[in-house]
Design a protein around this ligand. Structure first.
Ligand code: ATP
Length: 407
């Protein structure tokens, strides 16, 4: 059977993955076999998400009625019902629903009615609390098919420590990254000297290590020195796979959807207040603004070097009619040129303009020229892929260390 759960936490605490890790242990104590623990990230632009729009699913061998009771029981026990925005959903199904629902939930928007329609058709047991919105994520999790997958080990705190400062040895995190990158990633941000894998929110997570396989995340995890954890769970995930990106066309982009779009830089990038960098991208007559926000740090240095005429593939979510850049491919660089007045061949002196569109004239000998002196400006920017640093990376964005995108 597949068990799906979502929407149990609030900004004030709890985490659906923690609740899931506790449930997995209760299922095992009840003589069930947990074959896989899955953590799926859904559309990152859903506004009512608490943090990373995560939902979980377990593949379990055992009694479905008993598993449903245990799953509902743990939601009642641990979910943060006090928060208006916490609307849990639990699904237990013997039949896997159509993966199209998962794809819609990760790339677009779904309704509770769509989820319950699919659950009824699959003959699933399900329960939603309050406005039942969590049924969307719970259904998407059990419907998920992961063409590409990664691992994350999440290490959880002892309940008495929830909400207190976390004690994780910084040097051991940098050592773990050095020893296991690129097979693990986003433990720390080396260029910006920042720890990435330890949250600052009051939830039960102590730290999480992301990587290619359970073996690699475990190898990194074993190097990390920290306060005594309560429990640990390795999850199969769609994180770092670009599952949220779909092909887009400038002029036909919808709000809240994440795209990769090809276009030509139309205007020189500008740095606005707060250090946010923006430029316009065009395709034929249609344009869209692309944004590299201040938290994307050094990535903005790449964007600032673009010039009109460069062709790029921009990846990111469409928000407020802009693409918020996650990564970019510089496909081709426009030859950048400057023009100056030509040099008089007889006098070896620069000529002066004779008026707009009237060519140039040598002040000394009166010789005339029609064409300016064109000089190519050398470009240090190189074609290829560039990405935001780990501190600014979204859960679903595929890091370049995993391989270059094929679009
Ligand atoms: P949690 O750890 O509790 O999962 P979160 O940041 O993942 O926290 P949720 O609290 O789960 O966010 O809130 C997200 C809500 O949005 C859930 O109710 C989920 O069912 C719903 N949801 C997820 N994806 C979509 C989607 N594509 N369309 C509509 N609703 C969605």
């Amino acid at each position: 059977m597949l068990i799906g759960i979502d929407d149990t936490d609030s900004p004030g605490g709890m985490c659906t993955t923690y609740l899931g890790a506790v449930l997995a242990r209760r299922l095992i104590c009840d003589h069930m076999r947990v074959r896989e623990a899955r953590l799926v990230r859904l559309n990152p632009n859903v506004t009512f998400k608490t943090r990373g729009n995560a939902a979980i699913a377990f593949n379990v061998v055992g009694d479905a009625d008993r598993a449903f009771d245990l799953a509902c029981g743990i939601v009642e026990e641990l979910a943060d019902f006090s928060c208006e925005n916490t609307n849990p959903g639990v699904v237990v199904t013997d039949r896997k629903p159509d993966a199209a629902f998962y794809r819609k939930a990760v790339t677009g928007f779904c309704t509770v009615d769509e989820a319950t329609g699919i659950l009824d058709a699959a003959g699933a047991r399900y329960r939603g609390w309050k406005n039942r919105r969590g049924l969307i994520g719970a259904t998407a999790a059990v419907a998920s098919e992961l063409a590409d997958r990664t691992s994350e080990i999440l290490v959880y705190r002892e309940p008495q420590r929830f909400g207190t400062p976390r004690n994780v040895d910084r040097a051991s995190l940098f050592a773990a990254e050095a020893a296991t990158f690129p097979h693990t990633w986003d433990t720390v941000d080396v260029a910006n000297d920042v720890v990435v894998c330890v949250p600052h929110t009051p939830d039960p997570v102590l730290f999480g290590i992301r990587g290619e396989s359970p073996q690699w995340v475990m190898a990194a995890r074993q190097m990390i020195i920290s306060e005594k954890p309560a429990l640990e769970q390795i999850w199969v995930t769609n994180q770092g796979t670009d599952a949220h990106l779909i092909a887009g066309t400038i002029g036909l982009l919808d709000e809240g959807i994440s795209y990769y779009v090809r276009g030509t830089v139309a205007e020189t990038p500008k740095t606005g207040t707060g250090g946010h960098v923006s430029f316009t991208l065009c395709e034929e007559e249609r344009i869209v603004r692309c944004m590299a926000y201040e938290p994307t740090k050094n990535f903005r240095q790449i964007i600032r070097q673009l010039v009109p005429g460069d062709t790029v593939i921009a990846c990111g979510s469409c928000k407020k009619e802009s693409i918020n850049l996650e990564k970019i491919k510089i496909v081709s660089l426009k030859k950048a040129e400057t023009t100056r007045p030509p040099i008089c061949e007889a006098c070896n002196k620069r000529m002066t303009s004779d008026g707009k569109g009237k060519g140039w004239k040598c002040k000394k000998c009166g010789a005339r020229a029609d064409a300016p002196d064109v000089q190519e400006i050398s470009r240090t920017l190189e074609t290829g892929w560039y990405e935001v640093p780990p501190t600014a990376r979204r859960h679903l964005a595929k890091p370049l260390c995993r391989g270059l995108p094929e679009f």
